[in-house]
Design a protein around this ligand. Structure first.
Ligand SMILES: C[S@@+](CC[C@H](N)C(=O)[O-])C[C@H]1O[C@@H](n2cnc3c(N)ncnc32)[C@H](O)[C@@H]1O
Length: 443
């Protein structure tokens, strides 16, 4: 085995990393950097240091992680979380247990806390644990001060509510910070969170894509152990396929990429932590609206913030495929029938049920019959992403952007894909565009 291949194997065994997902060059660079810092004569000498020192292995890990994250990333998941949590607190006194793993620099767990507090869930009724393998990420999360890169959506009202500007950065309020407990943790530690009881909600988003098949399966079995019987697991848009493969069951929450345990019997209405997906509480996943209906009705101000549904989108910009009502619907819910008439909304539901091919067919037929729309291509992008067809996904996101150059979600998804495939410059360009479109919107 070559000297570098030894490091690849070690990182795979320790943290699940599939070297190809980040590029072999990244691993080589990390090893060479650490060689230099440690004054190791060559890679063989550094290998001996790493084998003898867990602290040095951690230093190496710090250089190969991809901590890319931002507030309210893939916003539908936070809407679903807030709706379900609110519904739970109306039915039960039990405090909700929530886990963000990996949490990176904290934007994800803090977004959970903000979504719940803004939805009216009392701060005493939930608790969030947040773990990441990177000690540097955890330290940054605990500082809770963020730059512009962490704010990428169009709707930044949450920033006005929960942050104060400090120079060019934003410091998070203690009310939100106090809801999250951070610690370092590796998904592949055998005794990870062994002393904790099951979590009602787990977000494990945008990390499975960096693992090999066997490690993905291992990670899902760990997540299954950590999830309560009626709990719900949220993954990233490209990761649904892994959970279908591991026989988890879609929770049918469009574009939230949420799953339940294989054997979870539908909980009874009286004693379960969480409603089953088609119960009254999860109804807000239904009212997807046709694009023209995304325009807010005159005078109908939202009762609650509508994450990921910025003004630009509400004014009819073709965006995240179907628009749904929010944590607390701003207006009367649209009937199931109306969403059934919207092929893109139907396609989104099919995608959430794992029927990716059918969802794609519906979108393609829609394009054939009605001409290209950003909404159809964006959903095609998500579906290809979920199926692991990254090249196709990139094409679809590009077509979305051709039709709607300011489509923030397509920009950030494309950036993530480019980053994943080693095109850091391309990813930066897309992220810059996403930021500029946000700024334009705010001005
Ligand atoms: C792309 S970020 C995702 C953060 C957040 N969940 C999100 O979706 O925005 C991936 C994170 O996974 C962490 N990570 C990688 N391997 C891990 C492992 N084996 N256990 C825990 N965290 C890990 C990295 O440190 C990095 O912060």
């Amino acid at each position: 085995m070559s000297e570098l291949a030894q490091f690849e194997t070690l990182l795979k065994q320790t943290m699940g990393l599939n070297a190809k997902s980040v590029g072999l060059a990244m691993i080589e660079r990390a090893v060479r950097d650490r060689c230099a810092v440690n004054g190791a004569l060559d890679i063989a000498a550094y290998w001996r240091q790493v084998k003898e020192s867990p602290a040095e292995l951690q230093e190496l890990i710090e250089l190969v992680v991809v901590p890319e994250t931002w507030f309210f990333r893939n916003g539908e998941a936070f809407k679903a979380l807030a709706r379900l949590a609110l519904s739970h607190t109306l039915r039960s006194d039990r405090r909700l247990r929530i886990l963000s793993l990996p949490c990176s620099t904290g934007e994800e767990p803090y977004s959970m806390a903000m979504a719940l507090l803004d939805a009216g869930v009392s701060s005493t009724r939930f608790h969030i644990d947040a773990l990441d393998i990177s000690a540097c990420c955890i330290a940054m999360a605990q500082r809770a001060t963020y730059g512009m890169n962490s704010f990428r959506g169009k709707d930044l009202e949450f920033r006005d509510r929960h942050f104060v500007a400090v120079g060019e950065r934003y410091a998070l309020a203690e009310t939100v910070r106090s809801k999250v407990r951070f610690r370092r943790g590796n998904l592949f530690e055998p005794a990870l969170l062994a002393d904790e009881s099951g979590y009602d909600f787990i977000f494990c988003r945008n990390v499975l894509i960096y693992f090999g098949d066997a490690e993905q399966a291992q990670a899902v079995s760990v997540l299954n152990r950590l999830l309560s019987e009626t709990g719900m697991l949220f993954v990233g848009p490209s990761e649904g396929g892994v959970l279908f493969r591991e026989k988890m069951v879609s929770a049918n929450l469009p574009l939230a990429f949420a799953f339940r345990k294989t054997a979870a019997a539908p909980p009874s209405q009286t004693n379960s932590a969480l409603p089953v997906s088609r119960s009254a509480e999860s109804k807000p996943d239904v009212p997807a609206r046709a694009r023209s209906a995304w325009t807010p009705r005159p005078g109908a101000a939202p009762a609650r913030p509508v994450y990921g549904q910025g003004q630009g989108q509400a004014q009819g910009r073709a965006s995240l495929a179907p628009r749904r009502s929010d944590v607390v619907p701003a207006s009367a819910p649209v009937s199931r029938e109306s969403s059934d008439n919207d092929p893109i909304a139907v396609a989104a539901r099919l995608a959430d049920q794992g029927q990716l091919r059918e969802a794609a067919q519906l979108c393609k037929r829609h394009v054939q019959d009605h001409g290209p729309t950003a909404a159809a291509f964006y959903l095609l992008g998500l579906v290809s992403d979920a199926a692991g067809h990254h090249r196709e996904a990139r094409e679809h996101y590009r077509k979305t952007l051709y039709l709607d150059p300011d489509h923030t979600e397509a920009l950030v998804h494309l950036a993530a894909l480019l980053e994943m495939h080693g095109d850091t410059a391309g990813a930066r360009q897309m992220n810059d565009r996403a930021r500029r479109s946000t700024t334009r919107h705010l001005n």
